[in-house]
Ligand binder design. Structure first.
Ligand SMILES: *Cc1c(COP(=O)(O)O)cnc(C)c1O
Length: 845
């Protein structure tokens, strides 16, 4: 043979025994929010650390044996390693026996670290932060998701500004996942029925401090080729693939937890994707405890919480009925329902032709919440079709405003400053706003220096990342050096980075290019803007926007003043949010359900400037940031955009820029530092995941778990009774007769303030008793926007009964003058109901 013959030779990495703790630490993502652990890995080899994008597993594979031998002999390193290792074990030890209900958390994506590509944007980062917080806050929680082979894409931008999406296959031995094994050491597998076959998935475990996240992976040889695709891409493939993914996450997710031996009290459905958890649990309750569908549903609802994240109806996942039936057709029989009844679980009205996952989630959940106060209100409107007869504001849809994980997002430098001034126990006591208040004790110069230092660090980082990507795409070298030279660590720097969905209105700033040019090019008071973000591969409009910004950034007047940095990921987000002076957000109201990136900024003293939408409605206080009004002025979007753009330019010109550049003889602006301090002292404390998880516990987990345990107790006694009662009421409901209504003249004509007027209603309750049926008068007024607004609900008393004929009475006294509407309605009454919409019967008389 004259040609070379190559055979494969594998050299496995080998870590000396003494350094074995490194391996264990690298396999618990706790390292990702622990500064000492991060520094430890970086110290092993700073170059490889960067090259592997801060992936310690990959790093340990790549480091030479020679280097390990050196480290083994380096006492300082070994001591530091042992300290980190001990810290991790102490941390885990403190979380062995936890109190409180056990939570099972389901999400389609998790943004934990860039090395584990199972997230695309805000929803995922939020879920990732939440798991880290659950660990820190000692919450008893297990999480379920999917392990994607390709995950979400890496973004590169061509010379022409086109977004190119690169999907790299993840090698699962290089990311922090490990096979989940059962007691016998076998790899745990689950299966979900697809037409004519089973879709199998094997389970991987991710360790996040004390929390386990289990990920289902269908990409192995137990499945047909096309089924292996199911877990290839996050939000990839067609609607049919999405349905398979959601079946796997929901049905498969519950099967996985059962195989692993979990029995949770609360099932938290983060967005509607996982809503089928409710169906699977109903099926299990029925099969194992011989319960009826209604009884099982009672239990499942009591123990399920649905968090919705989407403020537009079209954003909610829905599957065309025929497609849905093709996959879920056989499930109906398993829970004793006809197909028509089954599909109604995902519809508000029978004539709808799609099965809506948010409707399913809402129907199977006692608790429902939006992710900010405003989004809670918006969600009432989106889900109102499910609750006919109720006014939107009566709906039992609450909110928990999203937060961010402090140890992940605060810069190391800030963490040190916080420890110095806020005290050693600050991180554990983040909820104590008095501690944050101590920011006012920090000398102004120290705060200014900190912001400058982090900005300089960011500019350096961008220069490297920017030059690197521009060289790769063969950009003109002269242009590159011009951009790099113009980037100014002393200029007021504005950051804008997020998904390029059109509602985020990244274009707003560019409505008047002359004005923008004047703003950035003032030689005395220079300003620069840094942009980053990905557009969904199917979102042409979002990609066009990126292209437009890239084009503008190459115009002579904007070179080095408007920069687009490619591939927005967690690491870039950290650098930007810690480094810029202002974080800008300009969504179309009210489409930003919460938004979290600005919250990452405020804990780093980065001032927020945003439309009052999402979290900023609650966060903004005068003197601690800047805001555009919450109300829309125009219905026509283009006019609204014009107005908002103008307001933004004006706020820059008249407020932000003068405040920043009004620098004293020591070289800093006292007014600016005031705003920075207010940002940290007044805003940041309310938007941590510590506050968020506490809200979930107080508003949902704890009360729901306690009711659920009552429903379970004594062989489901309360469940059986409640369902029997609901049956009884449902059967008798339509037979209830209104015998008489007597309203005093005052009510039908005009009431005098402060005087009392009687109302009487006589009902024939037939087989029901006055204890079962309540009667109320609902008083509304017409608000400024022309919508009906609830003023008051007055309860009638059941006064006397003759047989089944019952007289209800009420004395009305109104104290505020005005014009009102009133209506009478009856409703089923039982103190075991958690809220009115739990049993949504309502009749207006
Ligand atoms: C925080 C974060 C988001 C979410 O940003 P919003 O402005 O809240 O939409 C998206 N992507 C990354 C990488 C983030 O860190």
């Amino acid at each position: 043979m004259e040609v070379p013959m190559w055979k494969k030779l594998f050299v496995e990495s080998n870590i000396p025994e003494k350094l074995a703790p490194l391996k264990e630490v690298s396999r618990n993502l706790w390292w990702a929010w622990n500064t000492d652990a991060r520094e430890l890995f970086e110290q092993i080899d700073p170059e490889i650390w960067e090259e592997t994008a801060h992936n310690p597993i990959d790093l340990l594979d790549k480091v030479s044996y020679q280097r390990f031998l050196e480290l083994e002999g380096d006492d300082v390193f070994v001591n530091k390693m042992n300290a980190v290792y001990t810290h991790l074990h102490k941390y885990l030890g403190d979380r062995k026996d936890l109190n409180g209900p056990h939570i099972a958390y389901f999400s389609m994506e998790y943004g934990l670290h860039d090395s584990l590509k199972i997230f695309s944007g805000g929803l995922g980062i939020l879920a990732g932060d939440y798991l880290k917080e659950a660990s820190d806050s000692k919450v008893n929680l297990v999480a379920v998701g999917l392990l994607y082979r390709y995950g979400y894409f890496k973004q590169t931008i061509s010379v022409h500004g086109d977004q190119m999406a690169n999907y790299d296959a993840q090698q699962f031995n290089k990311v922090p996942v490990q096979p989940a094994l059962d007691q016998n050491g076998n790899w745990v597998e689950v299966a979900v029925e697809l037409p004519g076959r089973m879709l199998k998935a094997r389970l991987w475990e991710v360790k996040i401090g004390s929390i386990s996240l289990y990920l289902l992976d269908a990409d192995y040889d137990a499945n047909r080729e096309d089924d292996r695709f199911v877990t290839h891409h996050l939000y990839g493939g067609d609607n049919e693939n999405r349905l398979k993914q959601e079946m796997l996450l929901g049905l498969g997710g519950i099967r996985a937890l059962r195989k692993l031996g979990y029995d949770s009290e609360i099932y938290h459905c983060n967005e509607g994707h996982a809503a089928m958890i409710g169906l699977e649990r109903v099926k299990d309750f029925m099969a194992e405890h011989k319960l009826t569908f209604a009884q099982a549903k009672e239990l499942v609802r009591a123990s399920t919480l649905f968090t919705t994240h989407t403020p537009v109806p079209a954003g909610h996942d829905a599957f065309y009925k025929d497609l849905f039936q093709g996959y879920m057709g056989s499930f109906a029989a398993k829970i004793g329902l006809s197909w028509d009844d089954f599909i109604m679980l995902g519809k508000a009205k029978p004539e709808e032709d799609h099965f809506n996952m948010s409707f399913l989630a809402a129907n199977m959940s006692q608790g429902i919440n939006g992710v900010s106060w405003l989004h809670g209100e918006v969600s009432k409107d989106i889900l109102k079709d499910l609750y006919e007869g109720f006014l939107p504001e009566e709906l039992n849809i609450g909110y928990v405003t999203n937060g961010v994980h402090y140890p992940t997002w605060a810069a190391k430098e800030w963490k040190e400053l916080h420890l110095k001034y806020f005290g050693d126990s600050f991180v554990e006591n983040q909820l104590d706003s008095d501690l944050w208040d101590k920011i006012y004790k920090v000398p102004d110069e120290e705060v200014w220096k900190m912001k400058k230092q982090l900005k300089a660090k960011m500019i350096d980082y961008i220069k490297v990342r920017f030059a690197d990507s521009w060289i790769k795409r063969h950009e003109n070298p002269k242009l590159i050096s011009e951009v790099l030279n113009r980037l100014d660590p002393n200029a007021l720097t504005i950051g804008f980075a997020r998904r390029f969905a059109t509602y985020k209105r990244a274009h707003l700033l560019f409505r008047n290019l002359d004005r923008l040019s004047r703003i950035v090019n003032d030689p005395e008071r220079p300003v620069q803007f840094i942009f980053a973000g990905k557009a969904h591969p199917a979102d042409k409009a979002g990609q066009d926007l990126i292209k437009y910004i890239v084009e503008i950034s190459k115009r002579p007047e904007f070179i080095g003043k408007i920069i687009f940095v490619q591939n927005y990921d967690i690491n870039l987000a950290k650098v930007l949010l810690q480094g810029v002076d202002i974080w800008l957000n300009t969504p179309t109201r009210p489409l930003e359900a919460s938004g979290t990136s600005g919250e990452k900024g405020v804990m780093n003293g980065t001032i927020h400037f945003s439309v009052l939408d999402g979290w900023w409605v609650e966060g903004y206080k005068e003197g601690s940031g800047w805001a555009l009004p919450m109300e829309r002025t125009y219905d026509v979007q283009d006019l609204q955009d014009e107005l908002d753009a103008d307001t933004i330019y004006n706020i820059f010109d008249h407020e932000i820029i003068p405040t920043y550049y009004e620098q004293n003889e020591k070289g800093y602006s006292e007014e600016w530092i005031k705003v920075v301090k207010n940002t940290i002292g007044q805003v940041a404390p309310n938007f941590t995941t510590t506050r968020m998880i506490r809200d979930y516990q107080d508003r949902f987990y704890d009360p729901q778990a306690s009711r659920y345990l009552h429903l379970l107790a004594n062989d489901f006694k309360m469940t059986r009774e409640l369902v029997a009662w609901k049956d009884k009421v449902a059967t008798a409901w339509n037979q209830i007769e209104v015998v008489d209504i007597q309203l005093s003249d005052g009510i039908t004509n005009a009431l005098k303030i402060g005087e009392s007027y009687p109302a009487k209603v006589v009902l024939d309750l037939k087989t029901l008793s006055p204890d079962d049926i309540g009667l109320e008068m609902v008083i509304t007024s017409v608000g400024t926007n022309g919508q009906m607004e609830l003023v008051e609900t007055l309860q009638f008393e059941a006064e006397k009964a003759e047989g089944s004929v019952t007289c209800y009475g009420l004395e009305i006294t109104l104290m505020d003058p005005g014009s009102y509407n009133y209506g009478l309605r009856m409703y089923p009454k039982n103190e075991d109901l958690p809220h009115r919409q739990d049993f949504k019967y309502l009749r207006w008389l």
